[in-house]
Design a protein around this ligand. Structure first.
Ligand code: NAP
Length: 308
């Protein structure tokens, strides 16, 4: 069975940064990409808050640069998802894509987070035919049409602004009378004439027929009245849940599934297992904080391996 010194699960900024540091420490790290090569940055547009790029950089280009940098310094980047693991003793055993099992002396979990769905009627039925959680992936299909974005965070604003460049009209459906998004993102939304914000609006049902979505039913939280907004696309931007399920039998998480790490450290409850990025970050969830935590995890993995 193959034995790996540092196995990194996940290929976002946390995973690639961990790989860059581990490779430069001569630890021959192996990354398993996970289901979404490049993670959430691949579903975003212009990133203006990652230092080093005065004009900003597209999310997919940023994470591709990280991948190339990791490979250049010696990381082995593989396509594959960890489907089960046994972390009860070292070397840890991890199964990839339900077929190959490898051994690892240390493990860095950087599996990130995935988009949440609302659980309303019609949502799953029309997933892929009118319901999407990624405007940059699917926005193209709704050119010159009217669409809705659910949520009032930075992601929702980013998606709404992106969609407003190709769609006729974008409704933002926000459940409170204010947004959670940063002022900078709210200003970008306000500058777009074809974005209309529907405040205090609760999404209740995605409405459609055999040809796809034709509306979203919303309820006014204050009056209790319902109405259908005519749209052909519904884009969800209501937050993310951490991808920790496969490790949950061994690794302690909070009730939402975020991996618990020791105070001011990437160490988990199991010696030799570290966590980095959105899978353990309840608070910041930025590309730059994920990258920084990947660096910390690699440094701790190196110290751990040297202590053996
Ligand atoms: P978020 O900040 O958690 O926002 C989620 C939004 O969805 C909130 O407006 C929330 O409403 C709403 N929501 C949640 N559940 C809902 C439901 N059941 N029905 C209707 N609305 C619902 O998530 P995010 O926007 O994905 O951002 C996650 C993190 O990534 C944040 O830290 C953000 O700053 C960061 N981010 C940064 C950038 C950037 O800097 N360029 C871009 C994207 C994301 P409430 O406010 O009422 O809870």
């Amino acid at each position: 069975m193959e034995r790996i010194k540092v196995l990194i699960a996940g290929s976002g900024p946390a995973g690639y940064t961990a790989a860059i540091y581990a490779a430069r420490a001569n630890l021959s790290p192996v990354i398993y990409s996970g289901m979404e090569l490049g993670g959430q940055l691949t579903t975003t547009t212009l990133v203006e808050n990652f230092p080093g790029f005065p004009e900003g950089i597209d999310g997919p280009a940023l994470v591709e640069n990280m991948r190339l940098q990791a490979i250049k310094v010696g990381a082995d980047v593989r396509i594959g998802t960890i489907t089960s693991c046994d972390l009860s003793a070292r070397p840890f055993k991890l199964t990839i894509d339900n077929k190959t099992t490898v051994e690892a002396d240390s493990l860095i979990i950087a599996t990130g987070a995935s988009a949440k769905y609302l659980g309303i009627e019609g949502e799953q039925e029309f997933r892929g035919s009118g319901v999407s959680a990624c405007a940059t992936c699917d926005g193209f299909f709704y050119r010159n049409q009217d669409v809705a974005v659910i949520g009032g965070g930075d992601t929702a604003c980013e998606e709404a602004v992106y969609l407003s460049g190709m769609c006729r009209k974008v409704y933002m459906i926000i459940r409170r009378d204010q947004m959670r998004a940063s002022k900078a993102m709210q200003d970008k939304v306000a500058a777009r004439e074809n974005i209309e914000i529907l405040w205090n609006s609760l999404p209740k049902q995605v409405v459609g027929d055999s040809s796809g979505v034709n509306g979203i039913k919303i309820e006014d939280k204050l009056s209790g009245e319902s109405k259908i907004v005519d749209v052909t696309g519904v884009f969800l931007a209501v937050g993310h849940h951490p991808n920790s399920e496969v490790f949950a039998p061994w690794i302690k998480t909070d009730k939402e599934g975020y991996i618990l790490t020791q105070p001011d450290s990437p160490k988990t409850n199991i010696e030799g297992v570290f966590a980095a990025g959105d899978v353990m970050d309840v608070r910041y969830k930025q590309a730059i904080t994920a990258a920084a935590s990947g660096c910390r995890a690699a440094i701790e993995a190196d110290r751990f391996l040297q202590s053996l």
